[in-house]
Ligand binder design. Structure first.
Ligand code: SAM
Length: 277
């Protein structure tokens, strides 16, 4: 996958793109990530990328010309062509006013061949970029950041780790929090059976088995795979109920899951997600 990041602070990305899974994915040629300095596409002596807002008001706004020219230089299809269907590329504008980025959006983005990510600054980006260049406007949460760079790093990380081959163990992306559709079946050992299905992840423990008098749950050292699977699933259900009850509405739940939730909450659980027995 090719990823281009447009920013006025290219050095910001020294670090986020240079460690762990992203670094390995780049080195393995799974992700080619390039950071472009928008000032390189400004034509005046001062390499101006921002200007005052029409109509008055606070702050400065990122000008459209450097962003349009940078994307045109990347030889992207026009926005119209991208919208025409089976486009394998997308221009993503980071914006607090965008659609909320989540795991299902990451799963859509990883199917692209190319993603161009535009980072705003100051009061934001000239609206013509959103209207005529970007085909996605994404927010990473309901708060205002100083710039789109942190959001871009978040999106690039979430997408890159989904690239086939980016993680040592492919099964782990299937098991993680928020992952929508996981096959729920038993019998293949604990790791293949307690997966997310839209829930939060179950708790993880590692050595030492007793840390300062805090033992790991006994079930995890029992060697009983089926019991471990059931325990993990219950822990995931409990944690989701406690921290993100909204996810339960869309989760894929088995009859056993629903019985457990009903016992725990004392009410019948109905879900919009597909049910599994
Ligand atoms: N005036 C804007 C508003 O009230 O929505 C905020 C602009 S913000 C200070 C500057 C830039 O940071 C935005 O153009 C955007 O690129 C980025 N940004 C801020 N909050 C963000 C968020 N929650 N998600 C993604 N990008 C964000």
């Amino acid at each position: 996958m090719k990823i281009d990041i447009l920013t006025i602070f290219p050095d910001f990305f020294r670090g986020p793109l240079d460690y762990g899974i992203i670094r390995r994915a780049r080195e393995a040629g799974l992700a080619a990530i390039e950071v472009h300095d928008l000032r390189g596409f400004a034509h005046d002596r001062h390499r101006t990328v921002d200007d005052r807002p029409f109509g008055g008001g606070e702050g400065m706004v990122l000008k459209p010309e450097p962003i349009f020219e940078c994307i045109e230089a990347l030889k992207m299809m026009s926005r119209k062509e991208r919208f025409a269907g089976n486009a394998k590329e997308s221009v993503v504008l980071l914006s607090a006013q965008g659609k909320r980025f989540d795991q299902s959006e990451a799963e859509k983005l990883v199917a692209l061949e190319r993603m161009v990510v535009v980072c705003g600054r100051y009061e934001g980006v000239d609206e013509r970029v959103s209207e005529h260049m970007a085909d996605r406007e994404l927010s990473i949460g309901d708060y205002v950041l100083s710039g789109g760079e942190l959001g871009a790093a978040v999106i690039v990380d979430a997408v890159t780790r989904l690239l086939p081959g980016a993680l040592g163990n492919e099964a782990s992306t299937q098991q993680e929090s928020f992952t929508a559709q996981t096959e729920l079946r038993s019998g293949n050992g604990p790791s293949s059976t307690c997966g997310s299905g839209g829930l939060l992840d179950y708790p993880h423990y590692t050595r030492p088995a007793d840390f300062r008098g805090l033992p790991v749950p006994e079930i995890l050292v029992s060697g009983n795979h089926e019991e471990i699977r059931r325990w993990r699933r219950r822990m995931a259900l409990e944690k989701t109920m406690r921290n993100r009850p909204d996810l339960l509405d869309r989760a894929t739940l088995s009859t056993e899951d629903k019985e457990f939730l009903a016992q725990t909450t004392g009410r019948t659980i109905r879900t919009r997600g597909q049910d599994h027995d």
